[in-house]
Design a protein around this ligand. Structure first.
Ligand SMILES: [Zn+2]
Length: 292
């Protein structure tokens, strides 16, 4: 059966139609228009599914990859940085609109699943997939399946505390990983130390600036703290980095070594690698949702 995977992002909604072997048949991308609210997002998804399937009468499966997590009790979206989705029963609403079952997972789990099945983690049993971008997320795949945990929060390493009484986080806690090594947090940190308002790629280019080494040192320290905790607890076969920050090359040598230095073991060789699917992990992860 053909599959549709939809990646519902903060700025764009992307859809892919694949065959049963996850080979792309057609693909479309439209803006999210968060300002127009929840109903307009539902409408956009409906139109996207219609456009992807208009040339074929075959039945399809539909999977959605979305920011935020689904509450285990209510099925409603919680903790999303696409604010208008919070508290909405998007799975049921889409089921009613599309007249078919819809699977839904958060973007970090979709990323980890796609990379574990089709990308950099193909030969690994326990995969920890990490999204480092505007927000910080993570997903755990064990033997090809998403590990959700008792309350559906497994893998959410972006909100574990690495600094007691540290930076305030939108989640209500202090010292969360996300407030130190997300794109906006790193840009804020740079602006405070250098006085420059620059995007992360610009900061990386600006490595001769006298403030750069201190900025990088603190970035690596926080990266190492947060991931070494994961290695100590989960001991994954591989850690795969995704999101905009996965393009920062020093994370794979200096960053990796900094993590190793903090792990509670004399044997540390966990591969920390870049994703292989790039921006496509979301749509492919969504396609894979029906298959397990
Ligand atoms: Zn937090």
């Amino acid at each position: 059966m053909n599959r549709i995977g939809i990646d519902l992002g903060g700025t764009k909604i992307e859809g892919i139609l694949t065959d049963e072997n996850y080979q792309s048949i057609t693909r479309k991308r439209i803006p999210t228009n968060q300002d127009n609210g929840y109903d307009s997002i539902l409408d956009s998804i409906k139109n996207l599914v219609f456009e992807l399937t208009e040339k074929s009468n075959e039945k399809v499966t539909v999977g959605i990859c979305t920011p935020g997590a689904l509450s285990l009790d209510s099925g409603l979206i919680k903790n999303s940085n696409t604010q208008c989705l919070i508290g909405k029963d998007i799975q049921n609403d889409l089921k009613n609109i599309l007249h078919q079952e819809v699977s839904i997972e958060n973007d970090a789990n979709c990323f980890a699943l796609a990379e574990a099945k089709l990308g950099a983690g193909k030969n690994s049993n326990l995969v920890f997939g990490v999204i480092m971008g505007t927000g910080i997320g993570g997903g755990i795949i064990i033997d090809g399946k998403i590990h959700h945990g008792r309350t559906n929060i497994a893998g959410e390493w972006g909100h574990h505390c690495i600094h007691n009484d540290g930076n305030s986080c939108y989640c209500g806690h202090k010292g969360c990983v996300e407030t130190y090594i997300s794109g906006p947090a790193l840009e804020k940190n740079w602006s405070e130390s250098s006085g420059l308002t620059q995007s992360l790629p610009e900061i990386i280019q600006n490595h001769t600036n006298p403030n750069f080494n201190n900025w990088k040192k603190s970035f690596l320290e926080n990266f190492a703290l947060s991931l070494s905790n994961v290695v100590d607890i989960l001991d994954p076969d591989i850690i795969i980095l995704g999101g905009g920050l996965s393009n920062i090359n020093f994370l794979y040598d200096e960053g990796k070594n900094a993590v190793y230095d903090k792990v509670f073991s004399d044997i540390v060789n966990t591969p920390i690698v870049k994703n292989e699917l790039g921006d496509s992990a979301g749509v492919f992860g969504a396609c894979l949702l029906q298959s397990h």
